[in-house]
Design a protein around this ligand. Structure first.
Ligand SMILES: Cc1ncc(COP(=O)(O)O)c(C=O)c1O
Length: 290
């Protein structure tokens, strides 16, 4: 929207920003201030960026007083406050704004979200709308009036404890899923504090369609939301295992290697897994992904 120069920063295997690459990108652009998008839960791997590390890197590279940090907490932003070990996202740190989606963890039936920022920024954007007798800070000068009611209703209905229980259930279930995928020989990965389970992209598009999986290159993911039950995960793993047995049965097609996406230690392709058995649809030979 603003047509500002955009610099992509490399990510670590976990999906979080590489502070080393961030430092090098900052040092290559010493003349410009930095607007940094920090992910509190990336879309594909559910990685949480190291906010403190990012702030320290900005200061170390001489950007103190010349940066703006937005924390994008679309999904996990609403889960973090309920997880003891989670990094703290707070306005006591030099951040400019935080946003969370209402249509993700809270489950609002319409797209909506909450953006929290410092009053000084709201003041710059706001205009007086005479006929409404109020000030408006939205880009379009309008917004959905039902969305805050849905949010209010759900927050009040579930309460702090209710949401905490759901967060804990999602994290537990995500561990269950990753464990069971690995048990049947599927390469799988889960970031700590995340409910996004990453695994090898199923070979068959019909399978991807059936389960409505989100895929990116060699990997797919399942976001274990409160509605995802043990029964559903069990039936998913069973279906995947039985399909894999067909796909990779005769060894003419190799189990994909996703070591570059999730690390060698999590990859169960023929090259990286000595224990793999053909019983689970695995084969012993594989190739490194390009
Ligand atoms: C990291 C991240 N930011 C933003 C969004 C967009 O959120 P919304 O659906 O509220 O527009 C997503 C959605 O997948 C996301 O994963």
């Amino acid at each position: 929207m603003y047509r500002v120069k955009c610099v992509k920063v490399d990510a670590l295997l976990s999906g979080e920003i590489s502070c080393a690459d961030f430092e090098s990108k900052l040092l290559h652009n010493p003349g410009s201030p930095a607007i940094v998008n920090v992910n509190i839960g990336t879309t594909v791997k559910g990685a949480i960026d190291d906010l403190d590390g990012i702030i320290a890197t900005l200061q170390k590279c001489g950007f103190a007083g010349r940066f703006y940090i937005h924390c994008d907490g679309a999904l996990a932003g609403l889960m973090m406050p309920f997880i003891k070990q989670a990094p703290k996202v707070t306005f006591q740190k030099p951040i400019g704004s935080v946003s969370v989606s209402g249509n993700k963890f809270i489950g609002c039936p319409v797209p909506c979200g909450v953006a929290i920022t410092r009053r000084e920024h709201v003041n710059v954007l706001s205009t007086d709308i005479e006929y409404l007798s109020s000030r408006d800070a939205t880009i379009m000068g309008s917004r959905n009036g039902h969305a805050p009611i849905f949010l209010w209703y759900t927050l009040n209905n579930k309460g702090y404890r209710g949401i905490r229980k759901e967060v804990q259930k999602c994290l537990r279930n995500a561990h269950y899923l990753v464990h069971h995928l690995r048990e049947v020989g599927v390469s799988a990965f889960l970031n700590p504090l995340s409910n996004t389970v990453v695994f090898e992209r199923p070979r068959d598009e019909a399978f991807v369609y059936k389960w409505q999986l989100a895929c990116e290159e060699n990997i797919a993911h399942v976001v274990v939301m409160p509605s995802v039950t043990i029964e559903k995960m069990t039936s998913f793993v069973k279906d995947l295992a039985s399909n894999r047995a067909d796909w990779y049965q005769d060894g003419s097609v190799l189990v994909p290697c996703i070591a570059k996406d999730i690390g060698r230690e999590n990859c169960l392709c023929g090259l990286h897994n000595n224990k793999m058995s053909t019983k689970n649809g695995g084969v012993r030979i594989s190739i490194e992904a390009p």
